[in-house]
Design a protein around this ligand. Structure first.
Ligand code: ADP
Ligand code: MG
Length: 620
């Protein structure tokens, strides 16, 4: 008896999308179906560690391609775990993957379908070449088999079927124009191009010529990471990476190693080209595939990576772990700890090489993942200094990002510290008043605008004995002026500072003459222990109660506006006008620091009012 089920709405949508956006890439259906077959064998092999009876009948692990030119069908067959009646409905009738679901939501919200690159298109790619697909499957350990069948319009049917072995056969009824996928040479070529990494044998049942009817193994059938790196081509790495990650694009680069010694393990670690959309989600997909003695154990094993390398993908295959290793065992396994150390070392080596030999690719990497790597500076003392060498920052030196080493190499004589300023964006920091005095002295300033930056520089403190100093903090010392001249200016502006303090007593902790300003009348500086504005906003947004964080207002004694206010203060000490000026300047300073002013409307009214007075003067 056959039952009919409707596809989940999202499936129909995904099907349309796959067919419309991949029409020029039809041949990928084969690698997707072989990839599923390989996964199914891996899963069965893993389960059979605890349930050896599942493979007791001796059926070999293999994938078969059966072209049938007479019937116009191509069958992809595997001896993997198979699917039960309910699994067929669940896996091939709904979208279970949270990633695919999120992807569809983003498409609906108007993003471009080329995002499809971030998700495996999977089983439904069969409909790129077939107008009907039958899936006959018998789950390992079961006696009954079922046939799933659909023309991919709205529904599929399920009925009982015959299958002697465990596993799955996917029968593609090829559309007339896609009969070339029945050709032996075409299939050999596609497998060589897209599926050579598969570690299980892929057997082609030859359909023409003398060998017709015979099976021929058409891939190398050994795990890619076990082969000597010299014998693996970039195209093979690319395909393997796609299989592992469902990324549509190839990786940026990879490192392939075989470690021998007290521990025996091998692996391939990849850097993706693009950050996945869930890089900063707590439940994002991450980690490395773990194999034990060539047997697939675990997808997304994050015990092998520190959080600041969560973008690294790949495989590790250990000969020392027991096959029946569990998640709990991984958490306090000394073998895992040793491998993790090596994974970190290999990744940092890879990044250092890339930075040195391919600065262009490194810039791409940094753009996508720099913010994550910088978390390591903030949180991981053991690797802090190595990561600091890899870090790149915007600076006043030019449009390109700079390393700390390059910054130091440009430091003029007399400059002792490394300076930085923090704000919302590189542009706003670059034009901030805090940089004025440093600029004048010819000192370069790092322009930081990533929320993680403040954590990172605070944790790093210094680089090669050069202190990292914020241009916005109170501890900036630039004594160069002769003390006498300084004293004189400070003395002159002192009464005004005292006056301003009475106006702003609820807003600032102190008002004092400034050394760092040349062109601006005032600025706010950050007292010891307080955060820069972007970090403060981040902490507030995450629900932290910071209380009122008050700044120090610095006043530029040489600025004409300040000098005018000084005179106004001497002539009319009780003037309301002075208060108006001071409060407006204060609000302006808050804006320049990248903060939010309390009452933007009042600020605007005051500015208008002051401008009006000036305009009246101009028009007279
Ligand atoms: P993905 O491979 O990313 O999970 P697919 O669309 O390729 O997505 O496949 C959907 C699901 O169908 C798989 O997760 C798996 O559970 C099941 N499946 C597909 N092909 C097979 C197969 N040959 N054997 C067993 N299960 C399969
Ligand atoms: Mg798949």
């Amino acid at each position: 008896m056959s039952e009919t089920h409707k596809f989940q709405a999202e499936v129909s949508q995904l099907l349309k999308l796959v067919i419309n956006s991949l029409y020029s890439n039809k041949e990928i259906f084969l690698r997707e179906l072989i990839s599923n077959a390989s996964d199914a064998i891996d899963r069965l092999r893993f389960r059979s560690i605890r349930e050896p009876e599942l493979i007791g009948d001796g059926t070999p692990f293999e994938i078969r391609l059966l072209p049938d030119p007479k019937a116009g069908t191509l069958t992809i067959e595997d001896t993997g775990v198979g699917m039960t009646h309910d699994e067929l409905i669940q896996n091939l009738g709904t979208i279970a993957h949270s990633g695919t679901r999120a992807f569809l939501e983003r498409i609906q919200s108007g993003e471009k379908p080329n995002l499809i690159g971030q998700f495996g298109v999977g089983f439904y790619s069969a409909y790129l070449v077939a107008d009907r697909v039958d899936v006959i499957s018998r789950a390992a350990g079961e006696t009954k088999a079922f046939r799933w069948s659909s023309d991919a319009r709205e529904s599929f049917t399920i009925e009982e079927a015959q299958r002697v072995e465990r596993g799955t056969s996917v029968v593609l009824h090829l559309r007339a124009e896609h009969r070339k996928f029945l050709d032996d040479w075409e299939l050999r070529d596609l497998v060589r191009r897209y599926s050579d990494y598969v570690s299980h044998p892929i057997k082609l049942r030859v359909s023409t010529g003398e060998q017709s009817g015979k099976f021929e193994v058409i891939n190398k059938a050994s795990a890619l990471w076990q082969r000597p790196p010299k014998e693996v081509t970039q195209a093979q790495y690319d395909e393997f990476y796609r299989h592992l990650t469902h990324d549509f694009e190839g990786p940026l680069t990879q490192t392939h190693f075989q470690v021998e010694g007290t521990l025996l393990f091998s692996g391939i670690l990849f850097l993706p080209k693009k950050a996945p959309f869930d890089l900063f989600h707590a439940q994002g997909r991450r980690g490395i595939h773990l194999f034990v003695k060539r047997v697939f154990i675990l997808e997304d094993c994050d015990e092998l990576l520190p959080p600041w390398l969560r973008f690294v993908r790949g495989v590790i295959d250990s000969d020392d772990l027991p096959l029946n290793v569990s998640r709990e065992m991984l958490q306090d396994s000394s073998i895992i700890r040793t491998i993790r150390k090596q994974v970190i070392k290999k990744t940092l080596d890879l990044l250092e090489d890339l930075a040195k030999e391919q600065p262009g690719s490194y810039a791409t990497f940094w753009d996508q993942f720099g913010a994550v790597l910088k978390e390591g500076i903030a949180t991981d003392g053991e690797y802090r200094d190595r990561i600091a060498e890899l870090a790149r920052f915007a600076s006043t030196h030019g449009t390109e990002l700079t390393s700390l080493a390059d910054y130091v190499s440009r430091m003029p004589e007399g400059q002792k510290d490394i300076y930085y300023a923090i704000g919302d964006s590189k542009e706003s920091v670059a034009s901030s008043p805090y940089l004025e005095a440093l600029r004048k002295r010819g000192y370069e300033v790092l322009l930081l605008s990533d929320p993680i930056d403040e954590w990172a520089v605070d944790a790093l403190r210094s680089y090669k004995d050069k202190k990292l100093v914020s241009a916005m903090r109170t501890d900036l010392k630039l004594d160069e002026q002769s003390n006498e001249e300084k004293k004189k200016q400070e003395g002159a502006v002192a009464p005004l500072c005292d006056r301003i303090k009475t106006f702003l007593k609820d807003k600032v902790v102190d008002v004092r003459p400034s050394e760092r300003l040349t062109d601006s009348p005032v600025c706010l500086v950050i007292p010891q222990g307080a955060h820069h504005a972007p970090m403060e906003q981040l902490l507030r947004a995450s629900g932290r109660n910071l209380g009122a964080t008050r700044r120090i207002l610095e006043v530029n004694p040489t600025h004409p506006l300040i000098q005018s206010l000084q005179r106004l203060n001497e002539q009319e000490p009780s003037s309301e006008k002075l208060r108006e000026w001071v409060e407006t300047l204060y609000d302006q300073a808050v804006l320049m620091e990248g903060g939010r002013i309390e009452d933007p409307n009042r600020f605007a009214r005051r500015v208008t009012h002051l401008l009006q007075e000036v305009a009246a003067g101009v028009g007279r």
